[in-house]
Design a protein around this ligand. Structure first.
Ligand code: GRF
Length: 194
């Protein structure tokens, strides 16, 4: 299966996905694309021999459809079977989502359905939750609301800040996402709990 990965920043999740797609893995990375030409993950992907593309969303201020049309060019060129959003920080229109619905995955740093959207770790700490974590889900037009493909839980510890909690969750994201992609690519959509 051909996998394209969309990033906005360092791409630590992208890195683990690309590193996992070797040997007898049913997938291969065919593109890493970003909405930020300066995204650190682009250099890492390129070093690993994965084709890259960047479409600067700042060139399309207020024109979401224009940005997505520009992003679709390299994306359709790569002809992905599966798209993985990994630290991708742009909201995609229903039109774009519907093109790939059922084969576009995202990782979100909360135990969905709790805390869709931003600042998830701060909200979990604020709420006094005993646990936090991350979720891999299929992308639907509603933000962070699609069918869950995987979830991983960590304890929230006394004295946690959003940064210390994020660091604890990120380690588990790096285990969850590759495992969830393997399972999904094998045609198994049962949720994976790590
Ligand atoms: C991670 O917390 C991930 O859950 C969220 O973006 C953050 C950074 O991801 N989607 P990455 O290091 O760019 O993969």
């Amino acid at each position: 299966k051909r996998v394209a990965i969309l990033i906005s920043g360092g791409g630590s999740n992208m890195l683990r996905l690309v590193e996992d797609m070797t040997g007898d893995h049913p997938c291969r990375p065919v593109l890493v694309a970003s909405n930020d030409p300066a995204a650190g993950g682009l250099a890492k992907a390129s070093q690993m021999g994965v084709p890259i593309a960047a479409v600067d969303h700042r060139h399309f201020r207020g024109d979401r459809a224009g940005f997505e049309a520009a992003l679709l060019e390299p994306l359709l060129q790569a002809a992905p079977d599966i798209i993985c959003l990994a630290g991708f920080m742009r909201i995609l229109t229903p039109d774009f989502v519907q093109r790939f619905q059922g084969r576009m995955l995202n990782i979100h740093p909360s135990l969905l359905p709790k805390y869709p959207g931003l600042h998830t770790h701060a909200r979990a700490i604020e709420a006094g939750d005993a646990e936090a974590g991350a979720t891999v889900h299929l992308v639907t037009p509603d933000l962070d609301a699609g069918p869950i493909l995987g979830q991983t839980r960590v304890p929230v510890l006394a004295g946690d800040t959003p940064d210390t909690l994020a660091a604890r969750v990120l380690v588990r994201e790096h285990q969850l996402y590759p495992a969830a992609l393997r399972r999904f690519a094998a045609g198994d959509h049962t949720p994976l709990y790590l």
